[in-house]
Design a protein around this ligand. Structure first.
Ligand SMILES: Nc1ncnc2c1ncn2[C@@H]1O[C@H](COP(=O)(O)OP(=O)(O)OP(=O)(O)O)[C@@H](O)[C@H]1O
Ligand SMILES: [Mg+2]
Length: 247
């Protein structure tokens, strides 16, 4: 059993795409998967064509239990979110144990699943800290561009702070290069820079730029389901195999 946060405070780095497609690919390998959306944009549930209903916001507000809001979709269970998370985040600010809200709601679930994947918002604010605190490991989907490096420093510092403040041993499992264009030389230069300057692993797998990945959400499907022979589906299957080997 492992709980992963899929984190990058930059917007549009493939966090949601990675959470749902890694999740879907892991189910194809026979694993039990729970996906949790911690982003008020609610992209995860929308992309998987979920019906509207109670969400993680209701759990934080105390009007529902997590088991009552889980939506089942083939082999994958999903905890959706909605816009109310914005207000909930504000109300958490005054609480002493504000970092522990998600952890306290999901820790009893850990025995039920092989993998729990948490799709984080594009920030390192309280909701992201909640996700990190509830996790064992971190996956960072990243565009291999120079501007991404600044963000990596901030992620590493945030994880160090959480570990120091709460006696955690959270670690970045790896950086996942996404939307990779193999014709561009810059990608390799950025990769080399990371390997030389940071103590983090870059996964062997990478996710190529592929239009099928962006089409799949319109059909309420993961790309692994929507277009199994596409580059994206192959890349996410490879990545799922790599994750299974590592954990
Ligand atoms: N491999 C890919 N090839 C082409 N397009 C992709 C790929 N991965 C993601 N996209 C597209 O890029 C956009 C951003 O992806 P996604 O929503 O997964 O990022 P995100 O990090 O979750 O964004 P946010 O920070 O807003 O939560 C989406 O339109 C998505 O369909
Ligand atoms: Mg997202």
């Amino acid at each position: 059993m492992a709980i992963f946060s899929v984190v990058n405070q930059k917007g549009g780095t493939g966090k949601t795409t990675t959470s749902l497609n890694l999740g879907s690919a892991l189910t194809m390998l026979g694993k039990n998967v729970l996906l949790i959306d911690m982003d008020s944009q609610g992209n995860l549930g929308y992309s998987l064509g979920l019906e509207e209903g109670p969400t993680i916001s209701d759990v934080f507000e105390g009007s529902a239990e997590i088991k009552d809001i889980i939506q089942q979709r083939e082999n994958m269970d999903i905890v959706p979110s909605d816009m109310r998370l914005v207000d909930i985040e504000l109300s958490l600010m005054d609480l002493d144990d504000r970092h522990n809200m998600l952890n306290s709601k999901i820790k009893h679930l850990s025995k039920k699943y092989d993998y729990i994947l948490i799709d984080c918002p594009p920030s390192l604010s309280i909701l992201a800290v909640n996700s990190l605190y509830a996790s064992d490991k971190v996956i960072v989907p990243m565009l291999m561009e120079v501007l991404s490096l600044q963000g990596l420093d901030q992620i590493i510092q945030t994880i160090e702070k959480i570990n120091a403040s709460y006696n955690k041993k959270l670690k970045i499992l790896g950086i996942l290069p996404v939307m990779v264009d193999k014709r561009r030389k810059l990608s390799q230069e950025v990769k080399d820079h990371i390997l030389e300057n940071y103590d983090v692993k870059i996964f062997d797998s990478m996710i190529r730029n592929n239009v099928k990945a962006s089409e799949a959400p319109s059909f309420g499907q993961s790309v692994v389901e929507y277009s199994p022979s596409s580059n994206s589906a192959k890349d996410y299957m490879d990545f799922a195999n790599e994750i299974v080997k590592l954990n």
